[in-house]
Write a protein that binds this ligand. Structure first.
Ligand code: NAG
Ligand code: NAG
Ligand code: NAG
Ligand code: NAG
Length: 438
C-alpha cells in the first residue's frame, strides 16, 4: 500500500526535528498523529491518555486510512472501570475502523449498512469476524455501530464529528463503546508463567537459558514496570553461523540475555516507529549494548550493528509487558566482535558480575559500519507470525501467582483512580518513551 512511502516522509521529518517534535510533533502534511489531533480537546482526555498508554496511538498512526470513534470522558471512565489495560486496548482497537467514514458517508451507505474491519481484527485475536464492525443507518437519522454478531444491538451511536483529514483520518464521537462477550479477558502479563509461555511459543532453548542463568528473575521483576522481551525462537538457535554460546562465561551469558530485553513497553507497532539507539537491559549508558530498528512495511527488524533479526510474532502484549519472538539470536558486537566503535570501557560500572573480563574478540572486528554488510547464511525461518499461543485465555488464571502480584493487578484495574493517575502520568510517559528512542 501507499502507507510506507508516506511513513518515510514522516520519519524524515521526525529525524529533522526530534527535539521540537516533543512539543510540536505533528507533521500533518504527510501523515496523521491521533494524539496531536485529540490534544487540547478536554472532553476526550481520558480516551487520548489510554491511546498513549496502550500504544494504540502508534497502531492508528501506522494506518493510512482510518476512522477513530472516540468516547467522551464519561463514557470512557465507565468502560475502563473494571478492565485490565489489555482489555482496554482491545476495546480501543475495535473502535478504530480501517476505512474512512465521515458524516456524509455514514448517511449514504449502500443499502444503509456496511460491515467494516477494525484494528482488532488485525491483531489475530478476534474469533472469526468479530473484529469487524457493523455500521447501520438506523431509523430517525441515527447511525449505529455494532459488533459483527448476528442480531447484535447498536448500543454505540454516532454523536458528532470531531475532526478530519480528508480521506485519511476521520475522528467521530460515539455514545458508547462497541463490546461483545469474549472481547474482554485477554491473558495478563502478571498472571503468566514466563518460562511456560516461552516454551509454548516455540522458544524452548531461550527459556532454558534464562532459567539456568537466573535471568528469568530479572525479567520477571521488570514485567511489573515495563519490559519488551525479544525471544529468539528455537530455529534461531539452529543457525549455522551462531557462535558457540556454551563458550561464554556466565557473566557474558547474562549480558547476552539482558541484551534481549528492553526496559520499556514497545509493542511491534511502536518498535516500527522507534528511531535511533534503543537501550536494552544490558546497556551501559555509553551506547554499548543498544539496539536499533530497521523497518519496512510491516516487517520490523532489530539491528545489533553486527546482524539483523526479524520480529516474527507477538506472544504476549499486555501493557506494560510485551513478548516478541525474533528469528535470530541478537549478537551484540560488544560480545562477539564487529563493534562499530569501542565505547569507553564500562569497567566495574557494568552491572554484570566481574567474573571474567569480557572478551571483546572472538571475531575480527570489521569496519565501523558493519551494519551494511550482512552476512547471509542463516536461513530466516518461521516467517509467518502464527496466532500467538496466548490466545487461549484458559492458560492464564491457572498460573496466577497469589498475593503481591495479584494485588498489583487489582490496583491496576481500579478504575477511576488509576485512570486519573495514568492520565496525569501519560504526558510524562509519552515524553519519556520518545526521549528514550532518541
Ligand atoms: C504524536 O504526537 C505526540 C504529542 O502530541 C508525540 O509525543 C508523539 O511522538 C507523536 N507521534 C509520532 C509518531 O510522531
Ligand atoms: C466494578 O466492579 C465492582 C466490584 O467488583 C462493582 O461494584 C462495580 O459495579 C463494577 N463497575 C462496573 C462499571 O462494572
Ligand atoms: C448489520 O446488522 C443488522 C442488524 O443485525 C443486519 O440486519 C445487517 O444485515 C448487518 N449489516 C451487515 C452489512 O452485515
Ligand atoms: C513455570 O513453568 C515451568 C515450565 O512449565 C515450570 O517448570 C515452573 O515450575 C513454573 N513456575 C512456576 C512459578 O509456576
Amino acid at each position: 500500500m501507499a502507507a510506507s512511502h508516506h511513513h518515510r516522509g514522516h520519519f524524515f521529518l521526525l529525524a529533522l526535528s526530534l527535539a521540537a517534535s516533543l512539543a510540536a510533533a505533528a507533521d500533518s502534511s504527510s501523515t496523521h498523529n491521533i494524539t496531536t489531533v485529540l490534544d487540547g480537546r478536554s472532553e476526550y482526555t481520558l480516551y487520548n491518555s489510554y491511546l498513549s498508554e496502550t500504544k494504540v496511538c502508534d497502531e492508528i498512526n501506522s494506518e493510512h486510512t482510518v476512522t477513530v470513534l472516540v468516547l467522551t470522558n464519561g463514557a470512557m471512565s465507565s468502560l475502563v472501570a473494571n478492565l485490565s489495560l489489555a482489555d482496554i486496548k482491545n476495546a480501543l482497537r475495535l473502535l478504530t475502523l480501517l476505512d474512512y467514514f465521515d458524516e456524509k458517508k455514514l448517511h449514504s451507505l449502500d443499502s444503509g449498512s456496511e460491515l467494516t474491519t477494525s484494528l482488532y481484527q488485525k491483531t489475530g485475536q478476534a474469533a472469526g469476524n468479530m473484529g469487524h464492525v457493523n455500521i447501520t443507518d438506523l431509523r430517525g437519522g441515527k447511525v449505529g455501530f455494532a459488533p459483527a454478531a448476528p442480531g447484535a444491538k447498536f448500543q454505540s451511536t454516532y454523536t458528532k464529528r470531531v475532526d478530519e483529514e480528508p480521506s485519511t483520518l476521520s475522528v467521530l464521537e460515539v455514545s458508547d463503546p462497541i463490546t461483545f462477550p469474549g472481547l474482554f479477558g485477554s491473558p495478563s502479563a502478571s498472571s503468566v508463567n514466563l518460562t511456560d509461555l516461552l516454551e509454548k511459543a516455540g522458544c524452548k532453548q531461550f527459556a532454558r537459558l534464562i532459567v539456568s542463568s537466573g535471568v528469568v528473575k530479572m525479567y520477571q521483576a521488570a514485567m511489573d514496570k515495563a519490559l519488551t522481551l525479544l525471544a529468539p525462537n528455537d530455529d534461531a538457535f539452529k543457525a549455522k553461523d551462531l557462535p558457540d554460546l556454551s563458550k561464554l562465561s556466565s557473566a557474558d551469558l547474562v549480558t547476552l540475555l539482558q541484551y534481549h530485553a528492553l526496559p520499556q513497553y514497545t509493542p511491534k507497532s511502536s518498535l516500527k516507529v522507534a528511531k535511533g539507539d534503543i537501550p536494552t537491559l544490558a546497556s551501559t549508558g555509553a551506547g554499548k549494548y543498544d539496539l536499533s530498528v530497521v523497518s519496512s512495511g510491516d516487517d520490523v527488524s532489530l539491528d545489533t550493528g553486527k546482524d539483523k533479526s526479524r520480529v516474527a510474532s507477538t506472544v504476549l502484549d499486555d501493557t506494560p509487558t510485551v513478548i516478541l519472538t525474533v528469528d535470530k539470536v541478537l549478537l551484540p558486537p560488544g560480545l562477539f566482535g564487529g563493534a562499530p566503535s569501542p565505547a569507553p570501557a564500562p569497567g566495574p560500572a557494568a552491572d554484570v558480575p566481574a567474573s571474567a573480563p569480557a572478551p571483546e574478540t572472538s571475531a575480527p572486528a570489521p569496519s565501523p559500519k558493519a551494519a551494511g554488510k550482512k552476512k547471509k547464511k542463516a536461513k530466516s525461518p518461521s516467517h509467518s507470525p502464527p496466532a500467538p499461543p496466548s490466545d487461549s485465555p484458559d492458560m492464564a488464571p491457572a498460573d496466577a501467582p497469589e498475593g503481591d502480584a495479584a494485588d498489583k493487578v487489582e490496583s491496576k484495574k481500579n478504575g477511576a483512580a488509576a485512570a486519573a493517575a495514568s492520565f496525569a502520568a501519560t504526558g510524562a510517559c509519552v515524553a519519556l518513551a520518545v526521549a528514550s528512542f532518541l
